[in-house]
Design a protein around this ligand. Structure first.
Ligand code: C5P
Length: 323
């Protein structure tokens, strides 16, 4: 088809907050068994995949090329996103292509809105979006369970980015059980300058624990009940993150951010995942706007964003029609 525009597909994927992150002892493979209660929130990255002959493609656009995939990225913090095979979205394309015995040959364009290296699963979201967008581009109609197992190979948080909503993650976080949520929760995220490395935060958690015996991680019944009932006061009382002390140990200034949000009227405050973003639960949209404004003024963070959860999982928002 001479002159035809290359075909492309786009998908969006949500950020998440861990409303409970219970971390068990370190396993022989270096991971930790978790009871990880995920809630997707309404901040999304958008990933567009476009058929491209990478050998002859114009690389002026900023991407790096090898092996039939190219990645480019725009938006806040995009300069911190790798444009090579270490990018989870790149690996997602390669794994799905290998699964179907085909060449990848796509340009991946990521539009970031989720804070980079913020403990909000932005990289996992990009991988999930790239996976579903490629599936739509290629018309491969990969069954859901196969997509989820490819997602788990990419990273512990990627399967949750695919399904969204709320879920309990066991194992290293990839074995998911969907959870009912009975309402909309209002959140504020305080974004920090610079990221925190997830392996370093887990390592610091182990170091701080020393030889203290660590119990098997279990979800808190009162937290699951609060989610189910849409009970924000109950949820506020049950929020828990076993990585918080480690994140605070590596980045002590986060204590000031948490305090600033509490002083501004947040029902509860915690470090989001491995940090350094901090999450604040608010009573309603107005309270969230007040907390976000106070945090932005406080000088304890780079920016603050108000949003809600749960949010849907990865969604294909545009795709070519396959006969
Ligand atoms: O699975 P993912 O690549 O996202 O994990 C990044 C790192 O986080 C791992 O290499 C490991 O150091 C740490 N991690 C862990 N236990 C988990 C999940 C992640 O120790 N359950």
């Amino acid at each position: 088809m001479p002159g035809a525009a290359p075909r492309s597909a786009s998908a969006t994927a949500p950020a998440k907050v861990n409303v409970q992150l219970a971390v068990g002892p370190v396993r022989p493979d270096g991971y930790h068994d978790l009871a990880n209660v995920f809630l997707a929130v309404d901040l999304h990255d958008r990933v567009t995949v476009t058929e491209a002959d990478i050998e002859t493609a114009d690389i002026e656009t900023g991407g790096v090329e090898t092996g039939g995939v190219r990645v480019s990225c725009v938006g806040p913090g995009s300069e911190l996103v790798p444009a090579d095979a270490t990018n989870l979205a790149w690996r997602a394309v390669e794994l799905l292509a290998a699964h179907h015995g085909r060449r990848p040959d796509v340009a991946v364009h990521i539009e970031k809105d989720i804070p980079v290296a913020g403990g909000m699963a932005g990289g996992s979201a990009d991988a999930a979006a790239a996976l579903l967008a490629c599936d739509a581009l290629w018309g491969t109609a990969t069954p859901r369970d196969e997509l989820l197992s490819i997602a788990a190979e990419l990273g512990s948080d990627v399967p949750f980015s695919v399904i969204g909503g709320a879920a309990l993650g066991r194992g290293r976080g990839e074995l998911l059980t969907e959870l009912p949520v009975g309402g909309v929760f209002h959140w504020v995220f305080a974004l920090a300058d610079g990221g925190l490395s997830t392996p370093k935060v887990y390592g610091e958690c182990d170091r701080l624990r020393g030889d203290t015996p660590v119990p098997e991680p279990e979800p808190a019944p009162e937290l699951l009940a609060a989610l189910r009932d849409g009970d924000e006061a109950g949820l506020a009382g049950a929020l828990a993150n076993d990585l918080q002390d480690a994140a605070l140990s590596l980045r002590p200034a986060l204590a000031d951010t948490l305090a600033a949000g509490r002083e501004a009227g947040a029902l509860a405050a915690l470090v989001s995942g491995s940090g350094p973003s901090c999450a604040f639960l608010a009573e309603d949209a107005e309270a969230a706007a007040r907390v976000a404004a106070a945090l932005a003024e406080s000088g304890t963070c780079r920016a603050a964003r108000a949003t809600t959860g749960p949010a849907p999982g990865t969604r294909v928002v545009s795709a070519p029609v396959h006969a």
